[in-house]
Every structure is written in structure tokens, then in C-alpha cells.
Design a protein around this ligand. Sequence first.
Ligand code: CU
Length: 146
Amino acid sequence: MPTRRAVATLGVRAYHGPMPGLKLLRPSGAALCVALLVMALAGVAGQVDAATAPIKLVAEVGPGFTITLKKAGKRVVTLKRGSYAVTVRDRASDHNFRLVGPGVNRATQVARVETRSWAVTLKPGTYTYLCDPHANRMKASFQVTR
Ligand SMILES: [Cu+2]
């Protein structure tokens, strides 16, 4: 049977003794800081997203030889960079609507009459929308600014 003093010593050694396994599991101060920073940044990013909800645009092609892109009923000439929700109305089976520019190249199908919803992120630069079969006369451009 160990003496009282031996038990006390064992207890102290058990508490402070080297336990490499536990030491590996314990997060360091630096790791905690990084984790908190990541959480803080994620929170800020979430707020920014909420503040910049997609702006609505309406794209329309056909039934005649017309192609338009409008914001609040007005033809788009310039837009600010950001997220946009585009309702694309392709109203003809002989036209399509294509939007092409920095980071974007989307189109409806020529033969289909269809309405699509596109979520696009517009970056600073020049964007063009056109009808592929009639790009010589059904084509327009707009600028995206910072
Ligand atoms: Cu066309």
C-alpha cells in the first residue's frame, strides 16, 4: 500500500505529467485566433451579401427583330458591378438571347421559346447582348463600372 506522500506525488505527476496525446489535441493560441478571425470575416461577408441583393433586369428578344435589356423599364446603358437577377424572355423560335462579357457567356436556345432566370455577377468592363443568328443587327452593349 503506498504511503500518503506517494499518493500525493502520483496525483501531481498524473496531472502535470507529460501527455503528448492531449497536448496535440489542445488548440494553440494562434489556432484559436485564426478560427475567431475566420468567423468574424464570415460574419462581415454575410452582411455585405445581404446589403447587395441581386438587382433585377429584364432581357427580351423577339418576336420581331428586337433585342433589349432593361432595368426598371429603361434600356441598360451602364450598370454598377455586382449581382444581378436577369429574367430572360426569348419570345421567338428563330432568335436567341446571349449575354457575353467578363466572366459571363450565357444564352437561350434559338429554336426554343422560353423564359429563363439567370443569376449573373457583372464585373467592370463591356458586356454585349445579341441574337446569335442575327448578330449583325440584333446586338447592343453596355458598360459595367466599379
Ligand atoms: Cu435573331
